[in-house]
Design a protein around this ligand. Structure first.
Ligand code: GLP
Length: 244
């Protein structure tokens, strides 16, 4: 779906999420959301907070799994995705703390494998993700699944691509401050979701959106794997759609 303005697209996606939460509520079921960070979903979280405050949307039946976190990274650091999620969403809604899962970038190196396997297992245990939100990096990454990530990759630690590290300098202040790794759900983890919505705004995403949507399916562009998912929607603005 193509919108003229980012704000408009974010509102429609937030409404869709709210509808799903309410539908599950009526059935007495939990709603499992897969969440993304970065700039792209900011407007969605803003609108969800508004719907909570002004339209009685409750998150009491919501379980969330975030896609990724830098490694190494303290949870409390202002640059952590843990911090981002608290600031933008969790601190402002009635989600139960025990229903929030964001990868922990401070687990000891020798415990990472075990930690990642447990994260993946937890997603399956609660019945899998109903709706997964995604952004896209200029390398074509989804989550932090950089080029070279396989279709059957699951939650694991990865090394960040140089382009991704460069793009993160604006957040961290300098190159030396940017973590060189991350814990991320895999392409396979993402694929298990019932529905996927990928968000992209602005002309600097136009080239990679074209490759992801119209290009060859290849691990050089991990987002291109999405062409094979049964229920996926790209929500973009006219600028990100500029090369389609
Ligand atoms: C980071 C995140 C991704 C996100 C991407 C794009 O690398 N790990 O999940 O999709 O950035 O970010 P933005 O939405 O800021 O363009």
């Amino acid at each position: 779906d193509i919108y003229e303005y980012e704000e408009e697209g974010c509102k429609v996606v937030a409404e869709e999420i709210a509808d799903l939460i309410r539908e599950k509520q009526q059935k007495g079921e939990m709603c499992v959301l897969g969440l993304a960070t970065g700039n792209s979903p900011r407007g969605v979280y803003k609108e969800l907070v508004r719907l909570h405050k002004e339209d009685n949307l409750s998150f009491s039946n919501v379980i969330t799994f975030n896609l990724d976190e830098y490694y190494p990274m303290e949870k409390t650091s202002v640059n952590s995705y843990n911090h981002y999620m608290n600031e933008l969403l969790f601190d402002h809604v009635d989600i139960k703390p025990e229903n929030i899962y964001v990868p922990d970038g401070s687990v000891a190196r020798d415990k990472i494998k075990e930690y990642c396997n447990a994260y993946e297992k937890k997603i399956d245990e609660v019945g899998g993700i109903d709706l997964q939100l995604l952004g896209i990096g200029r390398t074509g990454h989804i989550g932090f699944n950089e080029p070279g990530s396989y279709m059957n990759s699951y939650t694991r630690i990865i090394a960040l691509d140089d382009i991704t590290i460069d793009d993160a300098v604006k957040d961290f202040g300098s190159l030396s401050e940017v973590p060189k790794g991350a814990i991320t759900m895999g392409v396979g983890s993402i694929f298990k979701a019932q529905k996927i919505i990928l968000l992209a705004w602005g002309s600097n995403k136009a080239e990679i959106i074209k490759k992801a949507v119209e290009g060859k399916i290849t691990d050089d562009v991990p987002a291109s794997f999405l062409q094979q998912h049964k229920n996926v929607k790209f929500v973009v603005d006219i600028y990100a759609a500029g090369e389609l």
